[in-house]
Design a protein around this ligand. Structure first.
Ligand SMILES: C[S@@+](CC[C@H](N)C(=O)[O-])C[C@H]1O[C@@H](n2cnc3c(N)ncnc32)[C@H](O)[C@@H]1O
Length: 247
């Protein structure tokens, strides 16, 4: 989607992100990452408004972040503890960041905000570069389901009442594995367009990206509650490990 850059999501969504983007899994996400991280230094890619990073920091973890949108970080800065987290503003595919970190994570399908396979591969390389030997990279994404689309498109009604309707329209390009979406909000005040492109990948492709960056799969679960990943899973939480110093 031309013109959609690392900062566009925040420009369009920061003001109502916390209100409208609650996946309902925050407590489980924080608990799992906290347990995996132990005492280690943590880096969150695409830290957003601090949904995960702030509760981790409140539990005593040392957390830093990368974020493409100054607007999202501004919201985090206004929350308790938000000023204490170091954030590098830049693209998760190539921002230069000082490490080493023991753990990195990228959740809530944000890997798919990178619109090409090449960008996603660069993101894995960039993350591996700032991880200590033996460090881990946790990634959460949905599992693509081609039955969502008919004739290369899908239109869904998200909300509807007497005076407003929220519609999501998507075009699907199976060759580029690209979903180009417009969220259309029509209210009495007028119409708002909120674009979102997503380049999806199956878990097997994500494993290959990790391998290209020198990381191998340690764990894969079908949910934050560590349920097994199988053919019925609609999402996955995958943990990759960078090779250790002696490997
Ligand atoms: C769905 S939100 C997730 C935020 C946070 N991690 C959470 O779980 O609530 C996606 C975030 O990724 C950021 N983002 C999108 N593309 C990016 C990129 N290429 N580089 C850096 N940040 C990016 C957006 O600004 C937004 O804050």
């Amino acid at each position: 989607m031309e013109g959609f850059t690392a900062s566009t999501f925040g420009e369009l969504n920061a003001a109502d992100y916390d209100q409208l983007h609650d996946p309902g899994t925050t407590a489980e996400t924080v608990a799992l990452i906290s347990e995996l991280a132990g005492e280690g230094a943590i880096l969150e890619l695409a830290i957003g408004t601090g949904r995960i990073a702030l509760p981790l920091a409140a539990k005593g973890h040392k957390v830093s972040g990368i974020e493409g949108s100054p607007e999202m970080v501004e919201i985090m800065r206004g929350k308790p503890g938000g000023d204490a987290i170091d954030v590098a503003i830049g693209d998760i595919a190539d921002v230069d960041i000082d490490g080493p970190f023991d753990h990195a994570f990228l959740v809530f399908n944000t890997l798919f905000n990178l619109q090409t396979q090449e960008d996603q591969i660069r993101c894995f390389h960039n993350t591996a570069k700032c991880l200590a030997p033996g460090g881990t990279f946790l990634v959460e994404t949905f599992v693509p389901d081609l039955s969502w689309f008919r004739d290369g498109q899908r239109t869904t009604t998200r909300r509807l009442d007497m005076s407003s309707v929220w519609i999501e329209a998507a075009l699907h390009d199976p060759v580029r594995q690209l979903l180009e979406m417009q969220r259309i909000r029509i209210t009495e005040e007028g119409m708002q367009l909120i674009p979102l492109p997503m380049r999806y990948a199956w878990p097997s492709e994500i494993d290959l990206m990790a391998r290209l960056a020198g990381m191998t799969l340690d764990h894969r679960w079908g949910g934050w509650d560590r349920r097994p990943f199988d053919a019925s899973s609609t999402m996955h939480v995958s943990v990759y490990r960078k090779a250790g110093a002696d490997e």
